[in-house]
Design a protein around this ligand. Sequence first.
Ligand code: UVW
Length: 317
Amino acid sequence: MTDITTMEDLLRDAPTNWGKWGPDDEVGALNYLDAAEVLRGAAQIRSGQVFTLQRLIGDPKGDPVWPGRSPAERTMIMDESHWDGADAPAAPGGLHYADDKIDAFLQGSTQYDALGHVWYGGKIWNGYDARTTIGGLDKASVEPIAERGVAGRGILLDMARFRGKKTLEAGETFTHEDLEACAAAQGTAIEPHDILLVRTNFLALFHERGDAFYEDFCEPGLTYSPELVRWFQEKEIPNLVTDTIANERTIEPETGFALPLHCALMRNLGITLTEICDLEKLAASCAEDGRYTFLYTAAPLKVHRATGAPVNPVVIK
Ligand code: UVW
């Protein structure tokens, strides 16, 4: 690994899906989720239990965000205290109302990453020029993902429970083989086109350590290897969903690079990443009834030219 000094060196022979869905594609591996896959997902429904996976925006316990981003701020614009003042809007008949707004990083809470969110070597997903990101994403923004929506068979891979831990530790890692072993221990198997939901219970770790977490910031998660990338490509995984900020171990130990899997999976294979989900209630239910597969659905907010967007994924068991 000594001659590897850039992401281009690391991923020189890495596989890509560029062109697989045509020269104009902007949603990548989500193309695997056709109508038959939606029905395969719906066929998992047994009890009709519904789980929402979005974290609370403005959680008083604190919001985990990538360093350099800040948690969302909600501001009250109108409430009962505004209606006596001279600036109160005209509302004939005595109507009062409350209004508020949020100032939020689109990558700041539970969110879908657009395929054009990360890149290296001057090219984003499908080979589009990285200059198409200037001033907003003209290619592979979150818009086409939001427009099509996401639905299919989801499988929870409860890595924390599999390892017998309340939460995985900072920097703790696992491979695709560990995901397969976890699935087997749960009495299920990862099938082609499955949407993978990987639980580390990172939020408990984050809340335990508070701001100190950022001092030696390294999340637990999948870590880069050529074999892992090939496995994701061969399994035709459309969407990787986790409870961590970055969906992978933050720093790749051998090279020291940040987020090589973002590059290998998202930029090269077109696999959509969904981050900072709350998987706790779902995980408790799966552990209780032993059913780890379900219908997974999600649609990020439609935000013009955005790098990502907030989402509240819904799982039905
Ligand atoms: C980066 O890619 C920097 O962040 P995220 O984990 O939100 O994708």
